[in-house]
Design a protein around this ligand. Structure first.
Ligand code: ZN
Length: 160
């Protein structure tokens, strides 16, 4: 089965930045799963997936405009350290998240005080050229429920 709109794809990936440094990898854990054609992954990666089949491997380089966008000015805010999630001991440059009314928001620590921290709400990968080495593990038709929810269920996807 080829990857097209309303298929669910399981894949492994290794992500590197423009200088070739490895940032993330799914290898050694469960593959990622997503529902194709619903903007669930970045544009440049979703476009490269189109038409591929299980067992195929490929590499794609994604510019910021098709990835996490350019870094924006004015996204630095001062927030209480006790609201910061994801680390026990914070240091400058670490990434974490806070719960907001709009859902979880990722940040990077710019300046750390005892009780308050200045954090940058740009996505940690904003402004970066990214290379994905992808291995397609499985392609299947999405269920009606997955299409109506707009995301994949099961291993690597959403669990309700
Ligand atoms: Zn769901």
């Amino acid at each position: 089965m080829e990857i097209s709109k309303d298929t669910v794809i399981q894949f492994h990936y290794t992500l590197s930045d423009g200088e070739g440094a490895q940032l993330e990898s799914s290898k050694g854990g469960d593959p990622m799963a997503y529902l194709h054609g619903h903007n669930n992954i970045i544009k440049g990666l979703e476009a490269a997936m189109e038409g591929k089949q299980a067992g195929e491997s490929f590499s794609v380089t994604v510019e910021p405009k098709d990835g996490y966008g350019d870094k924006k000015e004015g996204l630095t805010q001062r927030i209480p350290v006790k609201h910061m999630m994801g680390q026990k001991r914070w240091k400058k440059g670490m990434a974490g998240w806070v719960k907001t009314e709009q859902g979880d928001r990722q940040f990077t620590v710019v300046k750390l005080g005892k009780f308050m921290a200045d954090v940058d709400f740009n996505h940690p990968l904003a402004g970066k050229t990214l290379t994905f080495d992808v291995e397609i593990v499985d392609v299947r038709a999405a269920t009606e429920e997955e299409v109506s929810h707009g995301h994949a269920h099961g291993v690597g996807g959403h669990h309700h």
